[in-house]
Design a protein around this ligand. Sequence first.
Ligand SMILES: [Zn+2]
Length: 79
Amino acid sequence: MGIIDTVSSALSSNAASDDGDDSRRNSEGAYWCDDCDVRVRDVAVDAEDLARDADGTPLCPDCGAAMRFERSHADGCAC
Ligand SMILES: [Zn+2]
């Protein structure tokens, strides 16, 4: 009984923390379409189900052009 309690609590806490931490830690920037002013974070490309070109660059969902990657320099400054 003690083992089951430990395993189930460990599993649930791992799943909860992994989700939030992974998406934040792996985000290195965002993809932009300058024409459409569309911005998609790199970690959201798969969730948004964007198409990619041969190089793996996401394509703008509005116009289909390859998007420009811009690294995020600091969190909390949007200037
Ligand atoms: Zn576009």
